[in-house]
Design a binder for this molecule. Structure first.
Ligand code: ZN
Length: 104
């Protein structure tokens, strides 16, 4: 079973739909909404609403491709996220395909 429980600060891979195309992005868990919880006021108008969920849901912030600004926040269910593993040998992050590029 894939992990569907994440912590604030976790790096996660997320599949997003932009202009009809599916793209894989890396973001960070910024907030955790408890089951049936409401969106914190700070995110109103920034993220589209999610239907009520019996699971915890997550605010994930994905940096802009330019690296400028604060990026874009998304409200997602845990099953939309994949935890990014970090290589214990060199500290590099797994890529979007779930592979450690360094080969350790
Ligand atoms: Zn490595």
């Amino acid at each position: 079973m894939p992990t569907t429980n994440f912590s604030i600060g976790d790096s996660v891979s997320v599949a997003l739909r932009t202009h009809g195309a599916k793209v894989q992005k890396i973001g960070q868990v910024e907030a955790i909404i408890p089951p049936y919880g409401d969106l914190p006021d700070a995110y109103h108008g920034e993220v589209p609403a999610l239907p009520p969920s019996s699971q915890s849901t997550y605010i994930v912030r994905v940096p802009h491709d330019t690296g400028k600004g604060k990026g874009k926040a998304f409200w997602l269910t845990g099953d939309a996220l994949t935890l990014q593993k970090t290589c214990l040998g060199c500290g590099s992050k797994q890529d979007a395909d779930g592979l450690l590029a360094c080969g350790h």
